[in-house]
Write a protein that binds this ligand. Structure first.
Ligand SMILES: [Fe+2]
Length: 273
């Protein structure tokens, strides 16, 4: 009987693709064998995987100049990503380590919240290595390499954002399950779906869920779901939809403000306020 390391839901775009499922198992095994402190393993991405990367990269690159926050744009250029070849986590790890001391921890897939935040507390970012299914380059039901690299990595090279990530991780240390859930919600409405409204009053994304999804990035900036100034007392009671665009987004005026807002919210969570 066949044993899969990676279970895909029946509605996953790659569910009926045997080759894709074997590839996911192969990359999961490779990531699972990685030892913290070693450089991430080299992955020989196939022509199909590189083509999917190229499609996602091309579409998002057109939006970034007008839709991504300035901090993101500054470091995206410094990363020197290829438009047609998926990047290697080893190169990303070197880059981030030099910029902010963050490391990349390769993982097989979604990491349980407490373990994920423990990595952040240690200035390590858990990153998948697989690429979304080629039949649906605009959509992935789970984080993939495109999400990690185009959503999170450029900002992990920004000191304020790197510190924000570590702050969230440290906030989860010794927390109860309910407190972890609340910190997860903070992460969702800042790190994944946060927007900035800077001095020019334009809305720009810093959330990785927006920056790695052409459809949701365009929707957030052009069509404007409900925007509120960041308010944890509102955010903590909202559901966070996974399969639809976010109906409410929270804005801050800078990543530094996000750091202070998140710090204050963690204080409230840890004191059960
Ligand atoms: Fe993410």
């Amino acid at each position: 009987m066949r044993t899969d390391i990676v279970e895909l839901d029946a509605d996953h775009p790659g569910f009926n693709d045997e080759e894709y499922r074997l590839r996911r198992n192969e990359l999961a095994a490779q990531a699972g064998a990685h030892k913290a402190g070693n450089p991430p393993p080299h992955v020989d991405y196939t022509d199909s995987e590189n083509a999917t990367w190229a499609t996602v990269y091309a579409e998002l690159s057109q939006l970034y100049p007008t839709h991504a926050c300035c901090e993101y744009l500054d470091t995206l250029n410094g990363l020197g990503l290829s438009a047609d070849r998926a990047p290697q986590l080893r190169d990303i790890d070197d880059y981030l380590c030099e910029k902010t001391g963050f490391h990349i921890q390769p993982v097989a897939g979604l990491v349980e919240s407490r373990a994920f935040m423990k990595h952040l507390a240690n200035r390590a970012f858990p990153s998948t290595t697989y690429i979304r299914h080629h039949s649906a380059p605009q959509y992935t039901p789970e984080p993939d390499l495109c999400h990690e690299i185009l959503g999170h990595v450029p900002l992990l090279a920004v000191p304020e954002y790197a510190d924000l990530m570590q702050l969230i991780g440290e906030g989860a240390e010794g927390a109860s399950d309910e407190q972890i859930t609340q910190i997860g919600r903070l992460y969702w409405y800042t790190i994944e779906f946060g927007v900035l409204r800077g001095q020019d009053k334009k809305v720009r994304a810093y959330g990785a869920g927006l920056l790695s999804s052409p459809g949701e990035l365009a929707h957030a900036v052009e069509e404007r779901p409900v925007m509120r100034h960041f308010d944890f007392e509102v955010a903590r009671h909202l559901e966070n939809p996974i399969t639809t665009f976010q109906p409410v987004l929270f804005e801050v005026c800078s990543i530094k403000e996000a750091f202070f807002q998140v710090g204050a919210a963690i204080e409230r969570i840890r004191h059960n306020l």
